[in-house]
Design a protein around this ligand. Structure first.
Ligand code: GLU
Length: 485
């Protein structure tokens, strides 16, 4: 059996978009599921779109995401170079373009801007393209030679027939047939000598022995032209999997301004790379059961590209937050603390037991930045409304709370052991003696101690963290507020 070889072929144009990361992940999973190789190829032939530092972002993103390539610019596997500008310099594309010219499947075009401007244009996927009229196809061999010898600028175009039709197969979209008359004579080699993506992707996928091509469905409409190139060369066509669009909640294409369109945006917002990868795997793919949490290893085992869906995938930040929360809960407490520490230190004084507080919030947050609003009350009692003391279920009122706080204050003042267990026992004793339910006593206390309706810990734990002086000060403050109601 042929070894499965897939590739991720990013253009270094900026941060790694969620859609690109999904392509990379699916390519990686397809290869690893089958024991194959995953190749990284840098497509930098569009010099105008090249962004300094973008290649480094690609490397670091793949590494953080755990998507490891077997071959690439930094890992030679014998099919290199893996950077298209280097391949251009070696004349690889030019060699294949000449082969097509020999076969009558491509031709030199010397038309200048002025002439092209007079030609018909068509709008394809929002972009205006010139429909070339094959003018230069009629140049004689001698004319071409003379132009080349004179150093006249040229491009090389694909020579598509005007008759017949081309069919290709996509694993998700099935057979797609287009009339050849609709295929423009696209440029293969540009006037700067670089190949277009359209040409380079075919040459490279073939020469790198790629078996499966996974990419966004914006390439679907160009694929018949790629198929014509494969046929012209007499090469095998890889398996194509064109992925559905990723949209935002409003069913619009996920855009930069959404604030969470790239892997970097997400990790900067405190999402764990593993959770992001898990979530992205499910943007268009689902396993047979309804399971949602997968490690990368489990994804490799389970991933079957035939289960990718054609319908657009909606990027749901709420769902990703939930998933990230599940990953946080499952973390080893020490590892969690290590990552939570900077977020805790940003809002809390260091004399508080930060490790203990981390333990309290581990199961309660979805992303690290949630920590601040969970724990800030430890540092400073927020202003609160005394109406909070009235709790239906606990059967408390502002008046009952005032009474309870006034009664427990001397007990707590006398309390020597300010640990959670001792405090709890003391307060439980008080409640039992008075015939109160625990909540009737704890609710007012927790309110006075935190000024919040929900806290990551109960009243006695909060007291242990705050220490005696601060706890008593907050209870006195509660009494004072309630007295003024
Ligand atoms: N360089 C192309 C891109 O970044 C790759 C498309 C493909 O995977 O063939 O969109």
């Amino acid at each position: 059996m042929m070894k499965i070889r897939t590739r991720y072929a990013p253009s270094p144009t900026g941060k790694m978009h969620v859609g690109n990361l999904r392509s990379a992940l699916y390519e990686f999973l397809i290869a690893k599921h089958a024991g194959g190789d995953f190749i990284l190829r840098i497509e930098d032939t569009d010099q105008e779109r090249f962004v300094e530092g973008a290649t480094e972002i690609i490397y670091s993103t793949l590494e953080k995401a755990g998507i490891t390539h077997d071959e690439g610019p930094d890992r030679d596997g014998g099919y290199g170079p893996y950077v298209q500008s280097e391949r251009t310099r070696l004349g690889i594309y030019m060699k294949y373009a000449r082969e097509l010219i020999e076969k009558g499947e491509a031709y030199y075009c010397f038309c200048d801007k002025e002439r092209l401007a007079t030609l018909k244009t068509e709008v394809v996927e929002g972009k205006e393209i010139t429909v070339y009229d094959k003018h230069c196809l009629s140049l004689s061999k001698e004319e071409v030679e003379a132009n080349l010898a004179a150093g006249k600028p040229f491009v090389i175009r694909q020579n598509n027939p005007k008759e017949g039709a081309t069919t290709f197969h996509d694993e998700l979209y099935g057979d797609i047939t287009v009339d050849n008359a609709e295929l423009d004579d696209m440029i293969l080699i540009k006037s700067d000598g670089f190949p277009t993506y359209n040409f380079a992707n075919v040459v490279d996928d073939h020469t790198m022995h790629i078996t499966h091509v996974v990419r966004g469905n914006e390439y679907l409409s160009s694929s018949p032209k790629y198929v014509r190139l494969y046929e012209a060369f007499g090469w095998d066509i890889p398996v194509y999997v064109h992925l559905p669009l990723i949209t935002d909640e409003n069913h619009k294409k996920l855009a930069k301004r959404s604030g969470h369109a790239s892997f970097e945006d997400l990790t900067e917002q405190g999402f764990l790379p593993e959770a992001v990868v898990n979530y992205i795997a499910l943007l268009g793919w689902s396993p047979e059961d309804n399971r949602e949490i997968f490690s990368l290893k489990e994804l490799i085992e389970q991933f079957d590209y035939r289960r990718i869906s054609k319908s657009p995938a909606v990027f749901d930040i709420v769902k990703l937050r939930w998933m990230n929360g599940e990953y946080l809960k499952a973390m080893d407490p020490d590892a969690f603390y290590e990552m939570a520490e900077p977020y805790l230190k940003a809002v809390l004084p260091e004399n508080l037991n930060l490790r203990r507080i981390a333990g309290m919030v581990q199961t309660r947050i979805e992303v690290f930045p949630d920590i601040a609003q969970q724990v800030a009350f430890f540092a400073k009692l927020p202003e609160y409304d005394t109406a909070m003391y009235a709790h239906k279920k606990m059967k408390t009122s502002e008046a009952s709370s005032l009474e309870v706080l006034q009664e427990v204050l001397p007990l707590l003042e006398a309390q020597e052991d300010f640990g959670n267990d001792a405090l709890f026992a003391a307060l439980q004793g008080y409640a039992a003696e008075k015939g109160f339910k625990n909540g009737y006593v704890m609710w007012p206390l927790r309110t006075a101690l935190s000024g919040k309706q929900t806290t990551p810990a109960g009243a006695t734990e909060i007291m242990e963290i705050l220490g005696k002086d601060e706890s008593l000060a907050r209870i006195r403050k509660g009494i004072e507020l309630l007295q003024n109601v």
